[in-house]
Write a protein that binds this ligand. Structure first.
Ligand code: FES
Length: 373
């Protein structure tokens, strides 16, 4: 898909396939929506295969198999094999707790290209507490070692927050010891369950700066050995991130039931209607659906974004965050220093980080019902 019209969408680079919202873990920063989709609504294998064929035809290159926990799908190997046949580079985003040798060998045989394993902490007591699963951390370590033994590239994902932030240097050492190619030191982003748990997760600015220093030092020391990505919390930023590379510009997110979203949190924005792959083609949805057009390019922007010289670089930041904090998705992302709400945004983080952490609300269908009641 090529066009000389800059507002015309180009081909998406990646497809995030949320195969299921089922997960044996209950991480309090899970990016899934509070309203988890039930297993009975999950797309069958044949529909996922068709979605992957359509995605490849549309120009998608990378497939991110996610959840929930994607390995709870018994047809995962079939889906991976279809992705390989379609020419998609497949990345399995997993907790690793169900990834034993038999399963991983089968996935490698099916054509899996890459594995990303999330870690809650480097010590099992706190890691298992955060995941709410006894023995989870030990299983993750085994899975990570297996991934490397079977010759697949490995990324470790470390979501960072006030209850594990002291472990950043140890996360770096662990990633190097496991032979990971990439480590994501990713401060939690406050959507979904993380927004519900913001006060329990928010670190202080000084703690964030300390992690930045640790990452810089390690990057220099481990150059050529380990690539370290560093994601700062938006609440301490001065310029917004180009969320999803810009709305409707690079990523398509398909939920377990087949809804097609411009980002994983898009359903928090009221008034948007999301199409389903069972009723409309992926191409049609990407090119013309109202939800993808709503914040694509710059037509929707108000001041200060409308006249900002960075508007085609940061794309106004994050629409979901703008709605969550400013109450309107077309407002400037409060992470931007030009937003009228930026000072209040930062003050919220500083206040919450300075108070004792409340108890976690763990991700579970029961907790979801309570939060949504
Ligand atoms: Fe939805 Fe940023 S998470 S636009």
């Amino acid at each position: 898909m090529q066009s000389s019209d800059p507002s015309c969408p180009t081909a998406p680079l990646g497809l995030l396939a949320e195969l299921t919202h089922r997960c044996p873990l209950q991480c309090p920063y899970c990016s899934n929506p509070l309203a988890l989709e039930p297993p009975g609504e999950e797309l069958p294998t044949s529909v996922w295969q068709d979605v992957l064929t359509q995605a490849a035809d549309l120009g998608v290159l990378q497939l991110h198999l996610s959840g929930g926990e994607p390995t709870v799908r018994r047809d995962l190997e079939v889906i991976v094999a279809h992705a390989a046949k379609a020419g998609l580079y497949s990345n399995l985003i997993t907790s690793g707790v169900a990834l034993d040798r038999r399963r991983l060998v089968a996935l490698v045989a099916a054509g899996l290209d890459h594995v990303q394993i999330s870690m809650q902490d480097v010590g099992s007591v706190n890691a298992d507490r955060i995941a709410q699963m006894k023995g989870a951390h030990a299983k993750k370590l085994e899975a990570a070692a297996l991934v490397r033994e079977l010759g697949l590239p490995l990324t470790l994902n470390a979501p960072i927050h006030r209850q594990n932030i002291g472990s950043v240097p140890a996360f770096i050492a662990l990633a190097a010891e496991l032979g990971a190619q990439r480590l994501e030191i990713a401060h939690v982003q406050y959507y979904g369950w993380a927004l519900a748990n913001r006060a329990a997760l928010m670190p202080t600015r000084a703690q964030v700066m300390e992690t930045a220093r640790a990452v810089e030092e390690a990057r220099a020391r481990l150059r050529g050995v380990l690539t370290i990505d560093f994601v700062v919390p938006d609440y301490y930023a001065v310029s917004p991130k180009p969320c999803m590379g810009g709305w409707g510009r690079g990523i398509i997110n398909v939920t377990p039931s087949g809804k097609v979203l411009p980002c994983h949190a898009a359903e928090t924005i009221p008034g948007l209607k999301f199409e389903n792959v069972q009723r409309r083609s992926l191409r049609d949805i990407w090119l013309t659906s109202d939800a993808f057009q709503a914040f694509r390019w710059t037509h929707w922007m108000r001041d200060p974004c409308r006249t900002c010289e960075l508007r085609t670089r940061d794309w106004g930041g994050c629409r979901c965050q703008a709605f969550a904090f400013a109450g309107a998705a077309a407002e400037a992302d409060p992470a931007c220093a030009k937003s009228a709400l930026h000072a209040a945004f930062t003050a919220t983080a500083e206040r919450e980080a300075g108070e004792p952490a409340p108890a976690f609300v763990f991700r579970s269908p029961r907790a979801a019902r309570t939060r949504l009641a």
